[in-house]
Ligand binder design. Structure first.
Ligand SMILES: [Cu+2]
Length: 315
């Protein structure tokens, strides 16, 4: 870290590992110094007026108040600096995060499905197509409810706890949740996004350093929240290919051709009259238990290609 990152270091920020993170670090660093300067300035002013206008020296109240314009100028400067920070830096940075998604074919698209108390990852495998997911298929061995009858899902990769991504390639993570609201937070990537049941919320970042980083849940989500951590491993392209191959072999064994009488989805929530406010698909505000982790829904922030998958052969 440079000497300009003293406060970030003091606050325990892990070193930045994403392409946009330095901008966030600059804003954080500047805001802290600015707030520090304001704190010292206002404190000094407060002490000054306590002494200057003490009763012994100023027995009668002065109803005219300050005659010079200096306080107006000072306050205006503070407002101006804050406006520049907000309009010039914070809002453009945020707008780029939510509006300018990289094209799906250039990016690695991964579905992140949070649950109490871990993160599951769904990758499309060599064919670049995400297999269908249905809540009816969810079991201990199939945490995301991958449909064993869907050919597109045969080569899909599902992992829990650890996600590998290649360095220098944009990653689009589409967030959803199986139970309550979680928050997929990658401190070293300077990015976070809420994982909300019934919604698909995309976030994106480009890792620029290989290494192992922490993934944490940034939303109090239950008793086990403190332990809801995972690992993000940023690999060289070669290591990433090797990991993909290894995972594909592993999941190929686990999710190979369904046996005769392949499982059919269990009754859907629609068939459960007990469920209050019977779920309507795409009703993001719906209440009720166990939303489907995989039912395709419209992303709220609309990346250019919601169901975007890397083109075949890229993985
Ligand atoms: Cu959580």
């Amino acid at each position: 870290m440079s000497s300009l990152a003293l406060i970030n270091e003091f606050l325990g920020q892990p070193p930045n590992a994403s392409s946009h993170g330095y901008q966030i670090d600059h804003i954080l660093e500047f805001c802290h110094w600015f707030m520090g300067a304001l704190f010292i300035g206002w404190s000094a002013f407060f002490i000054f007026v306590l002494i200057r206008f003490r009763k012994r020296r100023q027995p009668g109240a002065d109803h005219m108040g300050v005659r010079s314009g200096i306080s107006t100028h000072l306050e205006f400067s503070v407002v101006l600096i804050e406006a520049v920070l907000l309009l010039g830096f914070a809002i453009p940075l945020w707008a780029k995060r939510v509006n300018q998604f990289p094209p799906g074919k250039d990016a690695l698209v991964v579905h992140v499905v949070a649950q109490q108390f871990s993160f599951n990852y769904h990758l499309p495998g060599p064919d670049g197509q995400f297999g269908r997911r249905d809540v009816g298929f969810v079991s201990n061995s199939n945490p995301l409810g991958l449909d064993p009858n869907d050919p597109a899902g045969k080569d899909d990769i599902v992992t829990t706890g650890e996600l590998h991504v290649p360095v220098n390639r944009p990653v689009i993570a589409e967030l959803s949740s199986k139970d309550v609201i979680h928050d997929f937070f990658l401190p070293s990537m300077r990015i976070a996004g809420d994982a909300i049941p019934g919604s698909l919320i995309p976030i994106w970042f480009t890792p620029i350093k290989t290494g192992t980083d922490e993934v944490i849940c940034g939303q109090l989500c239950g008793l086990g929240h403190y332990g809801m951590k995972g690992t993000l491993v940023v690999d060289t392209p070669q290591d990433y290919e090797a990991w993909l191959k290894e995972r594909a072999e592993l999941s190929g064994g686990a999710q190979s051709a369904p046996q005769a009488g392949a499982p059919q989805p269990a009754p859907k929530p629609e068939n459960k009259p007990a469920s209050p406010g019977a779920p309507k698909p795409q009703n993001a505000g719906k209440r009720g238990p166990a939303p489907s982790p995989g039912t395709p829904q419209q992303p709220q922030n609309k990346p250019p290609q919601p169901a975007a998958s890397p083109s075949p052969g890229q993985l």
